[in-house]
Design a protein around this ligand. Structure first.
Ligand code: NAD
Length: 516
């Protein structure tokens, strides 16, 4: 069970002493709006692997939020004037500061989110990688020059910063998602206001300390990176705030729908990274030695709490039983334990709420005709542990199969053909990630083409999770349509000016119009 009473782990347990090296204390101020403050509700961060309180954070009030917006806009005027490559140099230093603290920050993700250490450190590495990417970008975000139809005219695009970017993040990738948005925003000349999940407040405080220390060291206003800890109240304020021209939201489809609607109503721009319901398709010609570890990683990794977790496994009928049996054997070998211990592969869920969602989904699936093939129960130990679970026998269009349950439950479905499997892949509302395992070249190109997967991430012979930062990341349909991270995702953080310059002494009009 979860408890906010009792001694705080940061003071009482030597395993948690490293948090002090990240500037965290028993009681922390949860707002940075140019200086550290926080006089709202006090929240206690709870450790998922033992259910005990780690430390307290005092969230922000509406007034403190308001000051954060004002100060960040004020800071924007100077920040936007700094040449792009010089801003890139600051982002490089932020990346270096993160590199230095990679171990401690990775451990912070283990104790506050519940991730195993390699995944925690991987998340920091992702932020570092995006910083490197943004440093290059700061010298490269160029506009096109087009041939003008008018003599003595130049026609070109200039990309300008957009202003203050709001970033709302989910509990499961609190650092990497903030990192994608912030590195690109800073390189592009924007300032940032971050609201993390209320259950990961220590992450928000520790990362903001690193960001602002680097800014101060360089004589730059630290209000370039503001942060307000809070819940739906602060998130809603950001959605309705005209002073935030771009709001990047990562979280559930349900909340993202509200955010997207509110931002659209004020003609703001939103970037939505919402829920997924990802499938792996396994054809009869697939290399099953690759399929089994790939499915294991994608369905069990991060205890099923990735937006890209594989939730549906669609297997050709001729290899279905073989894949299921091999997968069950692989599940038996998953080492469940404390995420801080080196050989643990599978840690706790993030919170009691996750366990309740898991219990409900297992019961609902059984009521809808599922057979429990593996797991299905809570694990009797301290913290929020459940068994990784496989269920078979459901119809491809059962309600529960079409629902994103943010828990380690995999539904295995039997298919007759690739065409049928693709139609099942595409029939859910979400459109984030998808994978096909096959050795057949024709099938691969069918999968990638117009009648293939309708997702934003379309993989072949790799799992649905574990994206690289170089490609644009995001999904279609109820996943929101946003793209963050690599490729040309930076364009979303800028405003495009189409500039026509007449350097002649005549005034010809476009389309040959005479207006004399
Ligand atoms: P959530 O929607 O409950 O919360 C996300 C954030 O929204 C939190 O910071 C929360 O405080 C805030 N919020 C809550 N109500 C709000 C409101 N009315 N207005 C504005 N903000 C509000 O999601 P969660 O449980 O933290 O995260 C899990 C979900 O996030 C899953 O659906 C997962 O698929 C999704 N996710 C998607 C991606 C992606 O890149 N597509 C990445 C990570 C997580």
């Amino acid at each position: 069970m979860q408890s906010t009473d009792g001694p705080l782990l940061i003071d009482s347990d030597p395993q948690f002493a490293f948090l002090k090296d990240l500037g965290l204390n028993a009681d922390n101020k949860g707002v940075f709006n140019g200086s550290w403050c926080g006089s709202g509700e006090i929240v206690t961060s709870v450790c998922p692997f033992n259910g005990k309180p780690i430390a307290r954070v005092q969230q922000g009030t509406k007034e403190e939020y308001n000051t954060a917006v004002e100060n960040s806009i004020e800071a924007w005027h100077d920040w936007a004037k700094i040449p792009g490559p010089k801003r890139g140099e600051i982002v490089r230093q932020i990346g270096d500061a993160l590199r230095e603290k990679k171990t401690e920050l990775g451990k912070l993700l283990s104790v506050e989110v519940g991730k195993i250490l390699p995944e925690g450190e991987g998340e920091i590495q992702e932020f570092v990688d995006v910083c490197d990417y943004a440093v290059g970008l700061s010298r490269m975000f160029g506009g096109n020059v087009f041939p003008s139809e008018r003599p003595g005219h130049a026609l070109l695009e200039q990309w300008n910063p957009i202003g203050l970017v709001g970033v709302i993040t989910a509990f499961n990738f609190p650092i990497a998602v903030y990192g994608w948005n912030t590195s690109l925003s800073l390189a592009c000349g924007n300032t940032v206001l971050w609201k993390g999940a209320p259950s990961t407040p220590l992450v928000s405080v520790a990362i903001t300390k690193i960001m602002t220390e680097t800014l101060i060291k360089n004589g730059i206003s630290p209000a370039v990176c503001t942060m307000v800890n809070g819940g739906a109240d602060i998130g809603e304020a950001m959605s309705h705030d005209n002073r935030i021209p771009l709001l990047s939201f990562t979280g559930s489809t349900e909340v993202g729908n509200k955010v997207g609607t509110a931002v659209q109503k004020r003609f703001g721009r939103s970037l939505l990274e919402l829920g997924g319901n990802n499938a792996i398709i396994v054809m009869e010609d697939a290399d099953l030695d690759m399929v089994v570890p790939a499915v294991l990683f994608a369905s069990v990794g991060t205890t099923g709490q990735r937006c890209t977790t594989t939730r549906r496994l669609i297997v050709h009928e001729s290899v279905h039983n073989q894949v299921l049996e091999r997968l069950k054997k692989a599940y038996q070998q998953v080492r469940i334990g404390n995420p801080l211990e080196a050989d643990t592969l599978y840690g706790p869920m993030h919170s009691q709420m996750g366990i309740d969602l898991y219990d409900k989904a297992v019961a609902d699936a059984q009521a809808q005709g599922a057979k429990l093939e593996y797991g299905g129960k809570r694990i009797d130990r301290d913290g929020f542990y459940v068994e990784p679970t496989i269920m078979s026998g459901l119809k491809h269009d059962a309600d529960i199969v079409h629902t994103e349950t943010f828990a380690p439950i995999l539904y295995i479905l039997k298919t007759k053909s690739l065409e049928e499997a693709i139609s099942w892949n595409n029939e859910v509302k979400q459109g984030l990630s998808s994978s096909l395992f096959t050795q057949n070249l024709e099938r691969i190109f069918q999968w990638m083409g117009p009648h293939g997967s309708d997702c934003g991430v379309v993989n072949v012979n790799i799992p649905t999770s574990g994206a690289e930062i170089g490609g644009a990341f995001g999904g279609e349909k109820h996943t929101g349509g946003g793209r963050e991270s690599g490729s040309d995702a930076w364009k979303q953080y800028m405003r495009r000016s189409t500039c026509t310059i007449n350097y002649s002494k005549e005034l010809p009009l476009a389309q040959g119009i005479k207006f004399e």
